[in-house]
Design a protein around this ligand. Structure first.
Ligand code: AMP
Ligand code: ZN
Length: 489
């Protein structure tokens, strides 16, 4: 039995309750992974970093966690209402590549981003295309239970029939009639019986490249069924935690619950639904389609035109942890600058920890610090409050180091253990080898000043030499109206 007071906010019940796993000592957690048709942006990364902290803290508490995070490599159409092209097929056509080349390229990019943020790999990372058989089996089961029908080679989930016996909109609490009234008439989609019905299996048009044989002819799976089929395979008909960004709750997750219930008959297939809030830019959700997205590597190199400078991966991770996962997090240069300072201060204290001199007595209260830190993490993974308490730890470290406070040997070893496990193991921060970016910045500004000076003296051979040498090392210089800036390649 693991002793803790962890409470989790459950979107389904809209309450925060003590976490009780289905199987003592074990946790099954499923998180909807990326659709690998383009580079993961910073908003996507925020969601996965949030669940990385959940994974890390559950393991820290002593749970054996099976963390499943899928890769969507087929079936995700451009529009949630089963309209438009498959996102991966569309990109493959655009770039004249095989769809699996697109999948491979962006899966590698996603892993690269996750590594940069020091996110642990999940226990299992299944792909939709690797589980076509399971998705067909689930579709067959839902049909034989009477909740799906075939129409012209496509299989639809019968939402209105399901809603007669079940609360279809339980996850969001929306009113079904309002939802029906707010949904477009069937229009061209004459194959569907009800306007809320969604596809489990989609008949492939002759030109559709990604296709598999099925009892209903050649086709491909719908997006929602992949997560139900893969979570069932690896975590069972009932499991503990399901997560994703909150934009997935109204359709993707609502439909996942419907499929699970219709297939397996458990009324509550998932005990805790966790949803992360959005990363925003000037208050607007960061998204590729809105054109306001940053790629993580644009931040690390400072090459995006909305950025004043480059920020290291751990600065960005620290910036993300400064907001609770259920609050929006607004992107700004000022917030990142503040995060850079905060992260440097924290790491400075981490470096001092081991060499602190112990005394016969303590003037600081480490057990209170420990209680506060665990209480914050237990309160639905409240990382901003956890960080605030960790800075009390930083204050203690600095005061002891300056000789203003004293710490006993046993308190010191408690403090070292507490700070190390929370900062490194749970929050997933790490010391970065790179020189502080503010120092690089200062150095570069000095070099650029020398170059500007050379230019003003019409000493162009020196100014060009500086530019070319910097380029060789990987610093690209841009001369603009407002002066000269640089990016790191
Ligand atoms: P996708 O690759 O579009 O399926 O998205 C992968 C994950 O990123 C999903 O859980 C989304 O909810 C999440 N996501 C998308 N945009 C944002 C954002 N701006 N902030 C936080 N999470 C996001
Ligand atoms: Zn999913």
């Amino acid at each position: 039995m693991i002793n803790h007071n962890l409470k989790i906010y459950n979107t389904l019940t809209r309450t925060t309750k003590k976490f009780e796993p289905i199987h003592v000592g074990h946790v099954g957690m499923y998180v909807c992974g990326p659709t690998v048709y383009n580079n993961a942006h910073l908003g996507n990364a925020r969601t996965f970093v949030s669940f990385d902290v959940v994974f890390r803290y559950l393991q820290h508490l002593g749970y054996k966690v099976r963390y499943v995070r899928n890769i969507t490599d087929a079936g995700h159409l451009e529009n949630d209402a089963d309209e438009g092209e498959d996102k991966i097929t569309k990109k493959a056509k655009l770039e004249q590549l095989e769809p699996m080349e697109i999948v491979q390229r962006y899966t590698i990019d996603f892993h690269h981003v996750m590594d940069a943020f020091n996110a642990l790999p999940p226990s299992i990372e299944p792909t939709a295309t690797g589980h076509i058989i399971e998705q067909i089996e689930m579709t067959k089961q839902i049909m034989s239970n009477g909740f799906a029908y075939e129409s012209n080679g496509t299989i639809y989930f019968d939402v209105e029939k399901f809603a007669k016996e079940n609360n279809y909109t339980a996850l969001t609490g929306r009113n079904l009639d309002d939802l029906l009234n707010g949904t477009r008439e069937l229009g061209g989609q004459v194959d569907k019986r009800g306007r809320l019905d969604f596809a489990l299996w989609i008949k492939a048009k002759p030109e559709h490249i990604m296709r598999w044989p099925s009892p209903w002819g050649e086709g491909f799976p719908g997006w929602h069924v992949e997560c139900s089929a893969m979570s069932k395979k690896y975590l069972g008909d009932r499991f503990d935690i399901h997560g994703g960004g909150m934009d997935l709750a109204p359709t993707h997750h609502t439909n996942e619950i419907a499929q699970n219930v219709a297939c397996n008959h458990h009324k509550t297939p998932i005990n805790y639904w966790m949803h992360t809030n959005m990363l925003t830019v000037n208050g607007q959700k960061m998204s590729k389609s809105l054109g306001n997205s940053f790629l993580p590597f644009e931040l690390f190199s400072g090459s995006h035109n909305l950025l004043d400078k480059a920020y290291s991966p751990m600065t960005v991770r620290f910036f993300m942890l400064q907001a609770h996962y259920r609050s929006t997090l607004d992107f700004s240069n000022e917030a990142l600058l503040a995060a850079e300072k905060g992260f440097a201060r924290l790491m400075n204290a981490m470096k001092l920890l081991d060499d602190l001199k112990s005394s016969a007595t303590s003037t600081c209260d480490i057990s209170e610090l420990k209680t506060n830190i665990y209480a914050a993490m237990d309160d639905d993974f409240n990382t901003p409050i956890t960080l605030a308490h960790l800075f009390e730890g930083v204050r203690i470290v600095n005061s002891v180091n300056d000789g203003k406070e004293s710490i006993s040997e046993s308190d010191k070893s408690e403090l070292v253990k507490l700070m190390r496990s929370m900062v490194f193991d749970v929050l997933g921060l790490k010391l970065e080898n790179a020189i502080h970016t503010d120092k690089i910045d200062g150095l570069m500004n000095m070099i650029l000043d020398v170059r500007t000076d050379a230019k003003s003296r019409k000493d162009f051979s020196t100014s060009d030499l500086i530019r070319d040498k910097l380029k060789e090392i990987g610093f690209e210089i841009k001369d603009g109206k407002e002066g000269t800036s640089y990016t790191i390649n």
